[in-house]
Design a binder for this molecule. Structure first.
Ligand code: PMP
Length: 315
């Protein structure tokens, strides 16, 4: 992780090195937190956070599902995000707001623990690797199942849920693959460890529905809209593993992973195809402000004074 200058913590900007918590925080012991992953891109009009309001709404929804009351409104968190990007001087960065039950009591119940809210930002390339974004990744179906709707609310982007993703990605990478694909207990395709999944077959695009334990991805929703606008038929329907093996194309979407082709699943070659590459191009054009059609998704940030030129060049 490349350190940046400052972190927003509970309403104040603190130096990166000083953004610390006590080892007794509830969130550290029980994974009782919620978070977001957001990207800011350089656009012709300046740095712009992609779909910031939608991400903050999902953060609020995640908190509600955990009975967590966020001490800051969406507008306050949006303003804090803008200021953070400006202060860190990074026109292109990954932004990580998160909230967790802090220091107080250490029972599993959250009573007596304050809710702490933090926003970090730092430069981060494609999550699955910039090269893989071109050539595609090798995915493996995980032996770990995606959390069921009645286990933990999978609609919440909650920190504790990511043990599920962590186990899956460890298993896949130890076996020599790039990424895991998790199925539901019933055997339907759900998510990657940090991405939603799409299949292209005979020109039609299919992605699992929300009821298949997926995280309601903002990139997923973005790509569905872009694809439909380009004239593709996009269907939300259950998929089984053989749909992946026999697909014309498979790709993953996520804020961190953007649009990443999957070149094989469990060693069944799928190949990187034209629909994936077209959607990837359109997505990257959209987030970088090259498309008027979707300009309402860009939340333009004003960089403050004193933006280090080096940071601009490196980002
Ligand atoms: N599924 C899972 C399990 C994820 O962690 C993510 C990343 N947040 C996604 C899908 C994609 O969501 P988004 O497009 O909103 O980043």
């Amino acid at each position: 992780m490349r350190e940046t200058e400052t972190i927003w913590m509970n309403g104040e900007f603190v130096d990166w090195a000083d953004a610390k918590v006590h080892v007794g925080v509830h969130g550290l012991h029980y994974g009782s937190g919620v978070f977001e992953g957001i990207r800011c891109y350089e656009t012709p009009k300046g740095p712009s956070v992609f779909r910031l309001r939608e991400h903050l709404t999902r953060l609020e929804n995640s908190a509600r599902l955990l009975h967590m009351e966020l001490p800051y409104s969406g507008d306050e968190l949006r303003a804090a995000t803008h200021e953070l990007v400006g202060r860190n001087g990074l026109p292109e960065c990954y932004i990580r707001p998160f909230a967790f039950y802090g220091y107080g009591e250490l029972g599993v119940h959250t009573a007596g623990n304050p809710v702490e809210v933090v926003i970090m930002s730092w430069p981060w390339g494609n999550y699955l690797g910039d090269e893989n974004a071109q050539s595609g990744i090798r995915a493996k179906i995980s032996s770990w199942k995606r959390v069921g709707a009645n286990t933990i609310p999978h609609v919440a982007k909650a920190t504790g849920i990511y043990l599920n993703s962590m186990l899956a990605v460890h298993e896949a990478q130890r076996a020599g693959y790039d990424e895991a694909i998790l199925l539901t207990d019933e055997g339907y395709v759900a998510d990657g460890s940090g991405e939603n999944i799409f299949v292209v077959k005979d020109g039609k695009i299919t992605t699992p529905p929300l009821s298949t334990s997926i995280l309601p991805g903002i990139t997923r929703e973005t790509v569905i809209q872009i694809a439909q606008d380009l004239g593709y038929v996009v269907e939300e329907a259950n998929l089984i593993r053989s749909d992946l093996y026999l697909a014309d194309e498979v790709f993953m979407t996520g804020t961190a992973a953007e649009v990443t082709p999957v070149r094989s699943v469990d060693d069944h070659d799928v190949g990187v195809g034209p629909v994936t590459l077209e959607l990837q191009r359109e997505y990257l054009d959209t987030v970088r402000g090259q498309s008027e059609r979707w300009s309402h998704w860009l939340d333009l940030v004003e960089l403050g004074d004193g933006v280090p030129q080096g940071a601009r060049a490196e980002a």
